[in-house]
Design a protein around this ligand. Structure first.
Ligand code: AR6
Length: 234
């Protein structure tokens, strides 16, 4: 079964206190990571909340794209993130990944805030993905608001320099400015903004339940994300 990297349980926390380990010492050392660890991408489930893409269908696309990417690149690690340990998306993907024998040392799920995954989850992710809107506009709720909020003005400016807009099924890489809390606190080097297919009639470019187009765009979105991740760590 796919390993869950969620923050430690209350019991684990108590055990750790008992052993009197200073939690600060357990924080990842970012400068060593590139040399010693596998480059890691943390990504949210694209399109399955505000954009209302069917979650069961999306989980098939995720597991497919992950398995395909891992088979081509043997060093990287990928982590699917969602806010709640009760996330339906995380369960669906873990179930399907284990059925497909996806390597659990290289692909996991994490329940928590992606903008604090390294400090709260004691992980060493280098790059995070964002599920954005076509204008690459901060705010608007969901993971986009969280990432732009945590990234601060510096991330907003760096994003604008990179692109004004983004098309469905593509992604835009932004180097995180060293002044941004996402760099300073978490140690992330890049955000990759991804625009997925939209099934929500109240948002632009609604596909009106056309899952033939929707599948293709979601596949393209993950492939673009993973290719861009591979290109930034090379
Ligand atoms: N950390 C990890 N995952 C999160 C977080 C977080 N802080 N916040 C939300 N999620 P959504 P979409 C999960 O709606 O469906 C925005 O307004 C969430 O539970 O953020 O692609 C944009 O501006 C879900 O699993 O993105 C666009 O207009 C996943 O992130 C639109 O929403 C994606 O949910 C994009 O909609």
């Amino acid at each position: 079964e796919c390993k869950d990297l969620s923050p430690e349980s209350v019991k684990e926390k108590e055990d750790r206190k008992d052993k009197q380990i200073n939690p600060l010492l357990q924080k990842p050392i970012f400068s060593d990571f590139h040399c010693n660890g596998a480059p890691t991408l943390a990504f949210p489930s694209i399109s399955t909340s505000d954009f209302q893409f069917n979650q069961d269908k999306a989980s098939d696309v995720i597991v497919d794209a992950v398995a395909n990417f891992l088979s081509k690149d043997d060093k990287v690690r990928l982590i699917l993130v969602d806010l709640s340990p009760k996330s339906n998306m995380l369960s669906l993907v873990r179930f399907k990944a284990s059925k497909k024998n996806v390597d659990t040392k290289r692909f996991s799920t994490y329940a928590g805030d992606i903008t604090r995954i390294n400090t709260e989850g004691q992980l060493k992710c280098n790059v995070i993905a964002n599920a954005t809107n076509w204008r690459l506009k901060p705010g608007g709720g969901g993971v986009n608001a969280a990432i732009f909020g945590a990234g601060g003005k510096a991330l907003e400016i760096a994003t604008k320099k990179q692109a004004e807009t983004i098309s469905p099924g593509t992604s835009v890489v932004v180097t995180i400015p060293t002044t941004s809390p996402l760099y300073q606190r978490e140690g992330f080097t890049h955000v990759i903004h991804v625009l997925g297919p939209n099934m929500n009639p109240q948002r632009p470019n609604c596909l009106q339940n056309d899952y033939v187009k929707g599948f293709k765009i979601l596949h393209d979105a993950y492939n673009s994300l993973f290719e861009n991740f591979a290109s930034v760590i090379r």
